[in-house]
Design a protein around this ligand. Structure first.
Ligand code: ZN
Length: 184
């Protein structure tokens, strides 16, 4: 889990850096990566589209980071609670005190479980990220192979983030790409 979150954080960080480095080269709707005119697939300018993607990735990264911080804090609290119980056990605490402490630690364990479940959602996000990258690579390869006379989806046009998490503007873009891909 920690490893997954670390990987996801690095992936998002890398994507954000790559996009940020690319921004100065986006002077018109002609894509600096593949040389195609973004206007073919979208009414929204390429600069606006890249900026939108950047802000989506940045939000995702902030969410992952704050989730990770919360998780670590809960983990530490549970660990210290368990140590406290062990300490008190050694000093032969009353059944009442012991029961209360046990109850508190069980509640905390439940909180931690809920947090781990949130972590599973992060893993889903990571899988989507991998799928998106594979799709990007496939589109880039197709663009290289069929440079002329094709109206395939633009490299930046694949829908991100997954449905339901984006605003109307982003959904509008994704629909636009779907249409242009069906026409081809
Ligand atoms: Zn391109």
């Amino acid at each position: 889990m920690d490893r997954q979150i670390d990987d996801l954080t690095q992936d998002l960080d890398g994507l954000i850096r790559a996009l940020t480095d690319l921004v100065p080269y986006v002077g018109s709707d002609v894509c600096p990566v593949c040389g195609r005119d973004f206007g073919e697939v979208s009414e929204v300018g390429l600069i606006a589209h890249v900026s939108e993607n950047l802000s989506q990735y940045t939000q995702q990264l902030e969410r992952v980071r704050s989730l990770n911080l919360t998780r670590s804090a809960a983990s530490r609290a549970l660990e210290s609670m368990r140590r406290e119980i062990t300490d008190l056990e050694a000093r032969r605490l009353s059944d009442d005190d012991y029961g209360q402490l046990l109850e508190r630690s069980e509640k905390l364990a439940l909180h931690l479980e809920a947090l781990e479940a949130l972590g599973d959602q992060v893993a889903v996000g990571e899988r989507l990220l991998v799928e998106r990258r594979e799709a990007d690579a496939a589109v880039a390869a197709a663009e290289r192979d069929a440079w002329v006379g094709t109206s395939r989806g633009h490299r930046w046009g694949l829908s991100w983030p997954p449905a339901g998490t984006s605003d109307g503007h982003q959904r509008g873009l994704s629909r636009g790409h779907g249409q242009s891909e069906r026409q081809s």
